[in-house]
Every structure is written in C-alpha cells, then in structure tokens.
Design a protein around this ligand. Structure first.
Ligand code: PLP
Length: 442
C-alpha cells in the first residue's frame, strides 16, 4: 500500500492517463483496480465482488471469463496472430466475419470495412460519406448534421460530430464550421411550449430549416445514434428517426446510423435502426458488443449499392494497421456464434422487459425525475425537484453519489453528471436484474 492505496492503484495513478481524466481526482484517489471478471461479475484486487450493471462500457454482451472465447483467442493467436489487410491481403477470420455480418445486417448491407473501435468507425463513415458524395457529382457536400447530446467518439472528427456540452472544453478545438448540431430528441427535456405529441414535428421542422440554412448541396451526411447512449439513454419520440431519415434522403443526405452501442443485442436485435425504428440507413457504424469487449474492433457496414457507386479505377486511401485484425475478428465471430446459439437476443428481450419494469418502479422515489430505456439499456435521471425537473446544484454530484453508494453495495452503475446509466451483459439473469433494482432503490 502507498498512501492508503494499493501498489497497483499507485502504479496506475502515477503512470497511467485514463480516458476522461480529472487530474485532481486521479492524483488524489487512484483507480478501483479490477483483477477478475466472470459472467456479469467483477472482482477488485481486495476480492470484493461487483455486479457490473454497466457491462464494461456498454459492451460485455456474452459476459466475462467465457472459456470458449478464451480458447478461440488463444487458438487464433497460435495460428495467425496478425496480418495486415491492406490492399490485397486477407485472413480467414476477417473474411468470415465480414460475410457473417452481411448475413445478420439489414438486407443489402453486404460490405464491411473494419476499424479499431467506434471512433474510427465514425471517422471512416465521415470520410466515406464525402467520398460517395464526390462520386455522385457533389464534391461540395462536405458538411455534417448531428445532434446535441450525441457521443460519436474521441478522435478529432468523431469528437466534432458529437456534442455533449460537458465534453466541450475550451482547450480543444473542433470542426465547427462544417458540423451542425440539431436538438436532441429528448422528450423529458423538450423545449418549453412544445407538446409531447408535437415534438417529432418540431424536430423534423428544425432539420428542414437547418438544411435550408446550410444548403442541401453542402451536406454529406446525418449522423445519429438510434438511441443516444452516452447523452443519457435518450429514447426518441415515436416516428422521429424514420421521419428524419426520410427528410435527409429526400435532400440527398446520407444517413449514418451510429450503432456502436445499439447493435449486437443491446436492444434485442442484431442492429436496431431498421428492426426497431424502421430506418434503412446508408451506413452503420458498430463496435463494442461486436466482440463482447474481448478485443478492440469496429466496423463500418454499408450496402452493395454504395460499394457499386464507389467502385471503379480509383483508390479509397483509408484504413488502419489493425483493420481486420485476425484475433479481433475471431473474437467477434465467436461472440456472434454464442449470441446466436444461446438465444441471447430473445433472452435480452425477456430480461430487458423485467429490467425496464424494475426501472419504472423507481419513479416513485423522491430523487428520480424519470427512468428510461429499452431492453438492456437504461438510465435514471436524478433531479432535485420532480415537478420542475430542476437539477441539484453543482456541488451535489448526484450521479456520482448514487454510483458510489451502489459500489459500496457491490453494484456498478455509471455516473454521468446527474444521470446513472446501465447496460448489463445480455446473459444477465432475472435474479440479477432484480438485484440491480433492489440495490438502486436502497
Ligand atoms: N459511437 C457511439 C454511439 C459511442 O457510444 C461510442 C463510445 O461510447 C463511440 C462511437 C466511440 O467508440 P470507441 O470508444 O470504441 O472509439
């Protein structure tokens, strides 16, 4: 132990810069160091057990410590740990995985470009959108439409496409002139004077006006998470995504469904944009649940038509050293196989209904303004006043206090400002769902 924190925590504190570092907090506390995971549970270095209701980072679909997966990873490492997939070299897992994705993706989505994670999938979609528009004869279509409360990643382009107010610190610059953010489709926080029934109309009108203002001939694509996850699990109003996509398509704007969180069973389907929202996008970005978190991997999935449009005697000069990494692709194939074989999409829907019912039951709690979610994604919006929806003052870091209290009870829920978000593994049992709800109420 060093200054009351363990040796590992001290090593980490002194040398490891974490994503979303808060300097003072990091220097003071050091991290909670996890050493083991099995199913939906994690153990820290002191042997304390936690039910991980966050599913890692929205990603541990088949659960941790899966022996079959461990075997697959080891076997692939022995057989072929790496080849580049640049230009004209391939490997068995990436070929098989691309074909498997074509089988489970929306009809006609036959092509996949592998990336290293979600941010690079979003960056790739951004570049591909410009490439496609160029070859459609619109080289001036370089702008992007996106929404407030969206999170699309942490690279320069994906961070610029995203817009969570708290993330926009003054030290960073963003692509501001060419990326335009529309309102978040958040029914709970809709603008004053807009009725629940009229909210979709309001948002669609805003889109039409933005297109008129920027000029359709300048806009390449609209990026949208079907459910805005990191923005607070925002379930859009009825018909919203479909109508937004229709407007975009009418104006020649490509629709990119960012399904980094919402694919691979999180909403009980392989992909959610078509199955749950009736939208056939032009591109789908994916990552996270693709490998159940066993390996870093992302995917940009698109249609045969788009491939044909791009095709010709020309280069698409884009890709990553680890695009189509054999071990990552083998992990994704195994994860998909387990989800299919064990009926985890149906299981997610079944336990997801109990999870949502349990969350709703918390709405009588004085701290809870609203709970929301769908299948195995959920959020609690903590407020100071249920009537006015006023938030607690800044010094009461309510989401963190809830998650700290939960952690003491052996439950991990993620704090995000005044929110607590959850996305448990698809394998979670009915009893474990019940445990989450009981502990949250406590
Ligand atoms: N897109 C969405 C919708 C996400 O939620 C995230 C991460 O949370 C990303 C993109 C970025 O993914 P990654 O962290 O794998 O780069």
């Amino acid at each position: 132990m060093t200054n009351n924190i363990s040796e590992l925590a001290a090593l980490d504190r002194d040398h490891h810069m974490h994503p979303w570092t808060h300097f003072q907090q990091a220097e003071r506390d050091g991290p909670l160091v996890m050493t083991r995971g099995k199913g939906v549970h994690l153990w820290d270095e002191d042997g304390r057990e936690y039910l991980d209701a966050v599913g890692g980072m929205w990603c541990t679909q088949i659960g941790l410590g899966n022996e079959e997966m461990a075997e697959t990873l080891a076997e692939q490492a022995r057989t072929l740990a790496y080849t580049s997939t640049f230009v004209d070299m391939g490997n068995a897992p990436s070929a098989r995985l691309a074909a498997k994705i074509a089988e489970i993706a929306p009809t006609g989505f036959t092509r996949t470009l592998f990336t290293t994670g979600g941010s690079t999938a979003v960056d790739s979609a951004y570049r591909m959108a410009q490439f496609v528009q160029h070859h459609r004869g619109f080289p001036g279509r370089t702008h992007i439409l996106s929404r407030h409360a969206s999170y699309h990643g942490s690279t320069f382009a994906s961070a610029s496409i995203g817009m969570r107010d708290g993330d926009r610190i003054e030290e960073f610059s963003y692509l501001e002139k060419t990326i335009h953010h529309l309102s978040a489709p958040n029914p709970y926080r809709r603008p004053e004077g807009v009725s629940a029934e009229g909210f979709t109309d309001f948002l669609v009108k805003e889109l039409e006006e933005k297109i008129a203002e920027v000029g359709a001939d300048k806009i390449a694509a609209f990026f949208a998470e079907p459910v805005q996850a990191s923005g607070g699990v925002i379930i859009p109003p009825e018909g919203y995504f479909k109508r937004m996509a229709e407007v975009c398509h009418r104006h020649g704007i490509l629709v990119v469904a960012d399904e980094v969180v919402t694919a691979f069973g999180r909403l009980g389907e392989w992909f959610s944009s078509e199955a749950k929202f009736g939208v056939v996008p032009d591109m789908i970005t994916s990552a996270k649940g693709l490998t159940s978190g066993y390996q870093p991997l992302g995917a940009l999935i698109f249609s045969e038509e788009l491939w044909q449009e791009m095709s010709g005697d020309r280069w698409f000069t884009h890709g990553f050293t680890y695009s189509g990494h054999p071990i990552a692709c083998a992990a994704a194939l195994k994860s998909i196989e387990i989800i299919e074989r064990d009926g985890l999409l149906a299981h997610a829907k079944h336990v997801g209904a109990l999870f949502q019912k349990g969350l709703k039951s918390l709405e009588d709690h004085p701290l809870v303004g609203e709970t929301r979610g769908d299948v195995l994604i959920g959020c609690i919006e903590n407020v100071a006043d249920k009537e006015t929806k006023a938030l607690h003052p800044d010094e009461i870091d309510i989401g963190k206090r809830v998650s700290d209290a939960a952690e003491k009870m052996g439950l991990l829920v993620r704090p995000m400002g005044h929110l607590n978000v959850m996305s448990p593994p698809l394998i979670i049992s009915e009893a474990e769902v019940e445990e989450i709800i009981v502990k949250l109420r406590a």
